[in-house]
Write a protein that binds this ligand. Structure first.
Ligand code: 637
Ligand code: MG
Length: 206
């Protein structure tokens, strides 16, 4: 995938990096990027929220990191957590190829370890937007952890990938029934396939 980016995408052009990865995953080898169809929904949420602070859980190869960072205002900050060093190394190069390294802080480590350190290590008060796309059984514990650490403010937006496929039943049950969130489901398809999947957008009510 990285070779495809370096061969087909233009340095400093995030859209060409996104296109190169999507082309590679459609033509050569499927990969678990959020993809172009759900990616458009992601783009519209990022544009609508216009966040100053973003947390991404699960960088993988940096596809959604590039999509999000390319839409952020100049002073905005995107912190992305990835605990697999091999994926982190690839993502770092993909983000650099897109010319977005100044907007992105890629942190190598587990979300559970780093979420409690966000304030002291990065001077983050609260996140305006969180994109959840890591192991599906971590969405709920990490959401509760973000609440406990005071990282969500009235109006913070959580956007979760794969709430249908592979599915995040415990997270959906919690977020749709909690009086502290207002949720909305965006129906779509699993990246590069016709299988149903979707994104769940939830506003923290404080
Ligand atoms: C606690 C913790 N801390 C830090 N990094 C963490 C972390 N937990 C995981 N990570 C990291 O994040 C990525 C993991 C992503 C998991 N995503 C999926 O499993 C996924 C799967 C599919 C899929 C659908 C149908 C199929 F048939 C097969 C696969 C589609 C998707 O879109 C997915 O996101 C990966 O880079 C992993 O190292
Ligand atoms: Mg996903």
């Amino acid at each position: 995938m990285l070779a495809a980016v370096q061969k087909n995408a233009t340095r400093g052009d995030p859209r060409s990096v996104v296109k190169a990865i999507d082309q590679f995953c459609r033509q050569k080898e499927w990969a678990m990027n959020v993809g172009d169809e759900k990616g458009c929904i992601l783009d519209s949420v990022v544009t609508e929220v216009n966040p100053a602070t973003v947390l991404e859980l699960g960088t993988y190869c940096g596809y959604s990191t590039v999509r999000i960072a390319s839409l952020l205002p100049s002073n905005a900050k995107l912190i992305t957590l990835e605990f697999n060093p091999d994926y982190a190394a690839i993502a770092c190069q993909v983000i650099a190829w897109a010319g977005l390294e100044d907007k992105v802080q890629l942190v190598e480590g587990a979300s559970g370890d780093w979420i409690p350190k966000m304030k002291e290590k990065f001077g983050i008060e609260t996140f305006d937007l969180v994109f959840l796309d890591h192991w599906k059984d971590r969405y709920l514990p990490d959401t509760k952890l973000m609440e406990e650490c005071g990282l969500l403010r009235k109006g913070s937006i959580l956007l979760a990938d794969n709430v249908i496929c592979p599915g995040t039943p415990d997270y959906l049950e919690y977020i749709r029934n909690s009086p502290r969130y207002k949720s909305q489901y965006f129906k779509s398809h699993l990246e590069y396939t016709k299988v149903e999947d979707g994104l769940e957008k939830s506003v923290f009510l404080g």
